[in-house]
Design a protein around this ligand. Structure first.
Ligand code: CAA
Length: 296
């Protein structure tokens, strides 16, 4: 495998492109928006600068990594020579189905088609591809260049050969791949999201404040971030939609998003990317506690 096409230059897409490029692969980074491609490349460059500053890589390695990435706004052109396509577009089922229908028509039959979806069924995505055995989930964690895990999701029809290839490829990226089956939330979010939702419920019930809940989990359980800070980092809209996928998929009320989470998403307070969630990320107030206005 030499050519890897990555669809989507957002947080996950640029992290995935960065990781492949740093490990010597030629990456075609694709996004319909020229502006998103520019922002994605700027982010990669800044993250590489941080690695150079911390002496993790040399200035030459930074340049080689950037040189390994070519950007495209035309998806057909970008995927033309790819042995693997990793789709990391917005988490929207209709959009992903549209992209995979296009990939079915515009890639070689043996090109592996992976999705970085955090919760949409791989089996459903594969259902629009004429040979679904080549479709697989490659769920990277944020920030991609740092986090060791890749959750590899086998759809109902994914072949053994494709699974083996993707497991081996993930190891070549210095990651640890873990194979799981395709059920709502897979493993990572099936366990992570109920914990985050319970932390929000604990705040909603007035048991403790944002700082107290996060500190209990950080210092008591050795988590690098408390669950509310992590929810802000992932995006409250993303957490809400993953919980809804599990709620709907299992028909089990235990996955229903906490009303406080729903309200915050409706109010546009969705975490780091909106400037405010459980913490305030506006200028001079970085990670300051949001007052108890949201708790019941
Ligand atoms: N790119 C490259 N390197 C980065 C980086 C990035 N975007 N962000 C941080 N780093 C590096 C830093 O350079 C530093 O490297 P060294 O230790 O080698 O010097 C290291 O990561 C730690 O960074 P910092 O010292 O700046 O900050 P920190 O110690 O607070 O760590 C963190 C930051 C790695 C994000 C840490 O807080 C953490 O692990 N948080 C939890 C992350 C997590 O749980 N991610 C999973 C989210 S769930 C998900 O992604 C899936 C889903 O479906 C929702």
């Amino acid at each position: 495998m030499k050519n890897i096409a990555v669809i989507g230059a957002g947080t996950m897409g640029n992290g995935i492109a960065h990781t492949f490029a740093q490990n010597g692969y030629k990456v075609q980074l694709i996004d319909i928006s020229e502006d998103s491609l520019k922002k994605g490349m700027d982010t990669i460059s800044k993250n590489l600068d941080r690695m150079v500053a911390r002496e993790k890589i040399s200035e030459e390695q930074k340049q080689e990594t950037l040189d390994n990435i070519t950007t495209y706004t035309d998806i057909s052109e970008g995927v033309e020579y790819a042995s693997l396509v990793v789709e990391a577009a917005t988490e929207n089922t209709e959009l992903k189905l549209k992209i995979f229908r296009h990939l079915d028509q515009n890639t070689a039959e043996d090109t592996i088609l992976a999705s970085n979806t955090s919760s949409i069924s791989i089996t459903q995505i594969a259902s629009v591809v004429s040979n679904p055995e080549r479709v697989i989930g490659m769920h990277f964690m944020n920030p991609v260049p740092v986090m060791k895990l890749v959750e590899i999701i086998r759809g109902y029809n994914t072949s053994d050969e494709v699974t083996k290839t993707i497991m081996e490829l993930s190891e070549k990226l210095n990651k640890v791949p873990v194979e799981v089956n395709d059920y709502p939330g897979f493993v990572a979010n099936r366990i992570l999201m109920p914990m985050i939702n319970e932390a929000i419920e604990t705040l909603y019930n007035g048991v403790a404040g944002v700082y107290e809940i996060d500190t209990v989990m950080k210092l008591g359980m050795a988590h690098p971030m408390g669950p509310l800070q992590l929810a802000d980092f992932i995006g409250l809209d993303v957490c809400h939609s993953i919980l809804e996928v599990m709620h709907e998929g299992f028909k089990n009320p235990k996955y229903a998003p906490c009303p406080l989470l729903t309200n915050m998403v409706r109010a546009g307070k969705i975490g780091v990317k909106s400037g405010e969630g459980f913490y305030d990320y506006s200028e001079n107030k970085k990670a300051e506690k949001v007052s108890a206005q949201f708790s019941s």
